[in-house]
Design a protein around this ligand. Structure first.
Ligand SMILES: [Zn+2]
Length: 411
């Protein structure tokens, strides 16, 4: 599954790919021939543009290669897809400092003008070179396909791997985001996730702390490390040992997916109820800023937080909610009232030496996230920047008890 947002003018668009197996109806020699021709054509163009240093515009590519490709019996949009494909292969190989790409796999990107997709009957008709056609039966359950019926599709990729055909269909739909009335700030930590909902004038209407399953995940990680330490050279080769490691790995995967799905759902449901825009911290920036690994356990890894964000964003998108990211710099070290430096003052409590502000560290982080968002995104005239910071000193709900519960329910 692939989800991305892109802005087309003012209208946000959601893209998602559906990958399914496809069975050709009847003889598929022509389809294979097409895939080979396509691959070879991409290779020819890669070879020819590899040594050209100047930046190649679409126009130039078109001028250089279009008529050659047409004379190879490709259709107009095949030609376009082929040189676009070659260009992006060359660019990504160059940016990775790699060698000139040598294509082996059979895979073709096909424009919407060159296929017909019939979701009712799950049949895909591809237009090939020399006016040949191929019909493929798509193998996917009703439920997987159902949601895409109202989406539009614009492109697909056909692949032939290990004797099987696969099709990835790219769908998109316009999102009409809900006009937010409140702001939900989310602070991710090693042991918990704190979310707080603020009104535009800085009042907090909801506060919630949820524990993460970090202890369970770490327990399995420690087991894996112990086993690897015991068999430092051989663990890969002894079947029983490898299987034990895999079992712990499986558990980690299940625990984290299960948790992040539930969390994403819960967060988005709450945001929907309060018409919130959801504010997350930009994890990429966090990696740059944060050399000390203050908040995130290195052993647990950033992947876990990325996965949480992915699920939150996905569930938000499904409900037409807006998501924004802010630079996390300073969100848990700066005083939200005066901007002074916060110091630890007991367990998970921070104090400002300058103005005397005292607050729970996670709640304080949500205030800072909220304020950052407001100062970045709210314009004059629109509900303004909160003049005074919300009070951080009330105990958040769900904080008491249930220490071992990964998912604390609302109080
Ligand atoms: Zn202060």
């Amino acid at each position: 599954m692939l989800v991305s947002y892109s802005m087309r003018g003012e209208e946000p668009v959601v893209n998602e790919a559906l990958k399914v197996r496809a069975l050709p109806e009847g003889n598929y020699d022509k389809l294979l021939e097409f895939l080979r021709l396509y691959r070879d054509a991409v290779q020819i163009i890669v070879d020819r543009i590899w040594d050209i240093d100047e930046k190649l515009s679409w126009k130039k590519l078109h001028r250089l290669f279009y008529s050659d490709l047409i004379s190879m019996s490709f259709r107009a949009h095949h030609a376009k897809e082929i040189y676009i494909n070659a260009k992006s292969l060359v660019e990504s190989a160059r940016s990775n400092g790699g060698r000139k790409p040598a294509l082996r796999k059979l895979s073709a990107r096909i424009d919407k003008y060159d296929y017909k997709l019939d979701l009712d009957n799950m049949v895909l008709t591809l237009k090939l070179h020399s006016d040949y056609e191929a019909r493929l039966k798509l193998i996917a359950s009703r439920e997987r396909v159902e949601k895409f019926r109202s989406w539009s599709n614009y492109e697909l990729v056909v692949k032939y791997e290990d004797g099987e055909f696969w099709v990835s269909i790219y769908f998109k739909r316009a999102v009409r985001p809900l006009e937010p009335r409140t702001v939900m700030a989310i602070d991710l930590n090693f042991g918990n996730v704190t979310l707080a909902i603020y009104t535009p004038d800085g009042r907090r209407v909801r506060l919630k702390k949820l524990n993460t399953p970090h202890k369970k995940i770490l327990t399995h990680k420690i087991w894996i490390e112990k086993i690897q330490k015991k068999y430092p050279k051989s663990w890969r080769f002894i079947k029983g040992v490898r299987r034990a490691i895999e079992k712990h790995g499986e558990r980690i995967k299940n625990i984290s997916w299960d948790y992040t799905h539930k969390l994403g759902d819960l967060v988005a449901e709450l945001a929907l109820r309060y018409h919130s825009v959801i504010i997350l911290e930009d994890l990429e920036k966090l990696k740059e800023n944060n050399k000390k690994g203050r908040r995130f356990n290195k052993r647990l890894g950033l992947w876990f937080y990325r996965r949480i964000q992915f699920c939150v964003e996905y569930e938000a998108m499904e409900r037409n909610l807006q998501v924004a990211k802010i630079d996390p710099r300073g969100t848990s070290s700066k005083c939200p009232r005066c901007g002074g430096k916060l110091v630890e003052d007991g367990y998970r409590v921070l104090r400002c030496r300058k103005c005397g502000f005292v607050g729970d560290r996670d709640v304080t982080a949500t205030i800072n996230i909220y304020k950052k968002y407001m100062s970045k995104y709210s314009r004059c005239g629109v509900p303004g920047v909160a003049p005074n910071a919300p009070k951080p000193d009330e105990a958040p709900s769900g904080m008491q008890g249930n220490k071992n519960e990964a998912m604390t329910t609302e109080s």
